[in-house]
Design a protein around this ligand. Structure first.
Ligand SMILES: Cc1ncc(COP(=O)(O)O)c(C=O)c1O
Length: 377
């Protein structure tokens, strides 16, 4: 069986980090947290990194902080891609802000920057972009729209640790990492992510000093001084076990992403079957080259016979996943959106299948998957 992801193999070299924490006897708000926050901020290229409990909390705390700072208030609108994991949207609704769903572009499957402008109203306060599948969703145009309309730009970087934005306008020589492109970013270190922990963990990165201070206090019951509470906050912290693990893994992230890119390149070049369409194009067009602005958290393929293809691969020993089977606007929790028509989003959710793509795969695993896909009925 080729597993979708093999966490045991991926994490084996870092188990010593957990031992160090257990032997040290200090489990929260300690040296590993401080060192990881510093190292990750340096890696992403921001002044601040604040560890928190998970990726959903990271995004939720950003919006909550903006509300505490008077930048946003209940009922304000936030533009967000319609084709995202539900957590991006929950972070908005949990703060009683209004998500405005925008369709992706058919070429990139990332939020369509042309449609962003059309969705702006006098109540719009922010645009959230999601670097879905590990590919950079930022464009120079999005940056320009946010500056022009004075909107906050929030990045959901849960799936794209290490990804870089390659601007056609500015230099390719010093590309910025996702997580440093907007006003603030939420990161998830859920175990299967490119930089994954031993359990739940997340972080906020930002260059905004006030936002950083507010997020940190909000995740610490609302307190920045012991037993003094400026906000009615919550408890959302990264623990020392997760921080130590992430600190040990971080120096190897680029190499792991490099291996993902090698595998993706082989898929792009070798999968040839008219029934199995490759990303980035949903429209059947092939693209043989690896995408330079992707760290391939997910390698999606698309088929009108997606469920049959998934069964065929499973019957032949390959585990796959679907990201995601039901779009957010068709979920029961958002029944007020049930009549919305978002055809491209719906098509992606109906046709997407994620095939294994991670650093613990062998060349033989890749060959087997290619050969199975090429002979898929
Ligand atoms: C795009 C996206 N946003 C947010 C999250 C939420 O992260 P977490 O699971 O750490 O809460 C995830 C994780 O699954 C995600 O994929």
């Amino acid at each position: 069986m080729i597993k979708y992801i093999d966490l045991k193999a991926i994490n084996e070299p870092y188990i010593h980090a957990a031992d160090e924490v257990l032997q040290g006897g200090w489990y929260l708000k300690g040296e590993y947290t401080r060192r990881f926050e510093q190292a990750y901020a340096r890696y992403i290229g921001t002044r601040h990194c604040i560890g928190c409990g998970n990726g959903l909390d990271a995004l939720t705390l950003i919006f909550r902080a903006y509300k505490e700072m008077g930048v946003m208030k209940e009922g304000d609108e936030v533009i967000v891609p319609a084709n995202t994991y539900i957590a991006s949207i929950l972070a908005i609704t949990e703060n009683r802000l209004l998500p405005v769903l925008v369709e992706p572009s058919a070429d990139t499957l990332q939020i369509n920057d042309r449609l962003i402008e059309q969705a702006i109203t006098p109540r719009t306060r922010a645009v959230m972009i999601v670097h879905l599948y590990g590919r950079c969703a930022y464009t120079d145009k999005i940056g320009e729209i946010c500056r022009h309309h004075d909107l906050k730009l929030i990045e959901d970087n849960a799936q794209a640790h290490g990804c870089r934005f390659l601007s056609p306008l500015t230099s390719y020589l010093s590309p910025q990492r996702t997580g440093s492109l907007g006003d603030a970013a939420g990161h998830s270190f859920y175990p299967t992510k490119n930089l994954g922990a031993f359990g739940d963990a997340g972080a906020v990165t930002t260059n905004d000093d006030e936002l950083a201070k507010t997020v940190e206090a909000l995740g610490n019951y609302g307190s920045s001084r012991k037993y003094v509470f400026d906000y009615a906050g919550r408890n959302s912290r990264i623990d020392e076990l997760q921080a130590a693990m992430l600190l040990a893994k971080l120096p190897h992230l680029d190499a792991a992403n490099g291996r993902r890119k090698e595998i993706a390149q082989r898929y792009q070049q070798e999968i040839v079957n008219s029934q199995v369409r490759l990303w980035p194009s949903c429209s059947g067009q092939r693209n043989d080259a690896v995408l330079p602005d992707s760290v391939y958290h997910i390698f999606p393929v698309f088929s009108t016979e997606r469920d049959r293809l998934q069964r065929y691969l499973a019957d032949n020993g390959v585990e796959t996943q679907i990201h995601y089977p039901i779009p957010p606007h068709h979920q029961k929790c958002f029944s007020n959106w049930s009549s919305l028509s978002l055809p491209l989003t719906e098509r992606i959710h109906a046709e997407e299948l994620s095939i294994p793509c991670h650093q613990a795969m062998t060349d033989e695993d890749v060959s087997r998957i290619v050969s199975l896909l090429n002979s898929a009925p």
